[in-house]
Write a protein that binds this ligand. Structure first.
Ligand SMILES: [Mg+2]
Length: 404
């Protein structure tokens, strides 16, 4: 079997792009991979175009060999956009291999280790506060709206959620770690925002009850000193995790050791070598792995390595249904999984974009049966929703209502 063609699609997903890779073969089997990057999709698809000469004419079934071919081709630009490009291609190759054998990816990698995976409703309130009209959901204007949302999540069968630094009524979330703001890199927390977070998590806790799992994602928005203050203030709420992205494992360890609040990290790390310094220090309690950014085989290796350090992992998955299928497949080939992320509030064309949608019941997703990922991209829908970075995107988010 030979790779004959590689095509990419950047699809409008409302406020962010979804990026897909289609790999065709001379035997009529087509593979799909997702490698969505919120802010640099053109860099990712440009890199995939540059990989064509490395891949065309090669056997897609030897996906491990093809990964290292791509690695050597791009080794002078490790991680980041190059890794995402490689991951999208590798996921498509894994899909082809499983389809050629007539089995699911979970089966290809020795699974399933489970038939379903518990989900948490991600960007809970964060998507509605900024995009409720596009989503067709109630707005988030008051704390009572947060209470209603928490009760809705419970009513729809979920047992866990993740929110961000949501500001009801202001159409704003705190994205200082990504946005273009004066002084944003200071990354400290003013007292008013500390009190705001206490109210936000306290309101969710009152709405969902004591047994429900609540996560809060701080992303890159705060330096360790601010993270320690936040973790301490939130201790009474018995959170499932506080999520923090920092590229210094010692800083993470300092935060973890300062609080009883459990710490999750890892979504921006690549391959085992990035994780090892964090694993060796036990710098966090739970580690996220992003399949669309690492590829499937590398994600499996990271997950297995985490188990050596007695750590649980959780897929980082804020994408289309295709990525939910690849993330669920990862859960089904690992023995040490805590829970899986999924976006429930999303653009109206999300379900049409894939040939199958995740089966979700009582807050669990059924592991897709395959073949391959169990879902392909509907090309017509992808072409009908082209991404336009000039008119939409994270840069259009509303800045916080108060300066810092
Ligand atoms: Mg995160």
């Amino acid at each position: 079997m030979k790779i004959t063609n590689i095509e990419t699609f950047i699809v409008d997903a409302g406020w962010r792009p979804w990026t897909f890779v289609k790999v065709e073969t001379d035997e009529g089997i087509t593979g799909w991979g997702e490698c969505s990057d919120g802010r640099a999709p053109h860099g990712v698809v440009g890199t995939i175009a540059d990989l064509q000469s490395t891949l065309i004419g090669q056997d897609p079934r030897a996906f491990e060999a093809r990964f290292w071919d791509m690695w050597r081709a791009l080794r002078q630009s490790p991680g980041g956009i190059a890794a995402k490009a490689m991951a999208g291609v590798e996921c498509a190759l894994v899909d082809i291999k499983a389809k050629a054998l007539g089995i699911s990816v979970a089966e290809l990698f020795g699974g399933p280790t489970r038939n379903k995976i518990r989900l948490y409703w991600s960007h809970c309130g964060s998507s509605r506060v900024r995009h409720h009209e596009l989503l067709g959901t109630p707005p988030i204007e008051t704390w009572a709206d947060i209470t209603a949302l928490g009760k809705e999540v419970v009513g729809r069968g979920f047992t866990a959620l993740k929110t961000n630094v949501v500001m009801p009524g202001k159409a704003a979330t705190w994205y200082s770690g990504f946005d273009r703001l004066m002084g944003a890199n200071d990354e400290y927390i003013p007292n008013w925002l500390l009190g705001h977070l206490e109210t936000l998590i306290g309101t969710f806790r009152d709405a969902v009850g004591p047994e429900f799992d609540i996560n809060l994602d701080l992303n890159f928005h705060f330096k360790p000193e601010a993270c320690m203050r936040i973790a301490q203030v939130l201790e009474p709420f018995n959170m499932h995790w506080l999520e923090i992205d920092r590229y210094d494992p010692d800083a993470l360890l300092q935060i973890k050791q300062s609080t009883t609040t459990k710490i999750c990290t890892g979504e921006n790390l690549y391959y085992m070598h990035d994780y090892i310094p964090y694993f060796e220090r036990h710098a966090a309690d739970i580690f996220m792995i992003d399949v669309p950014w690492n590829g499937f085989s590398q994600s499996k290796k990271i997950g297995d390595l985490a188990d050596v350090y007695q750590l649980n992992v959780a897929p980082h998955n804020y994408y289309s249904h295709l990525a939910s299928c690849t993330s669920a497949a990862l859960c089904a080939v690992l023995s040490n999984v805590r829970i899986m992320e999924i976006d429930i509030d999303d653009v109206p064309w999300k379900d049409e974009l894939t040939t199958a949608v995740p089966e979700i019941k009582d807050g669990y997703m059924t592991i897709p049966a395959g073949p391959g990922w169990g879902a392909d991209i509907n090309e017509e829908v992808a072409r009908a929703h082209p991404w336009n970075a000039a008119t939409v995107g994270y840069s259009k988010s509303t800045p916080p209502p108060r300066s810092f």
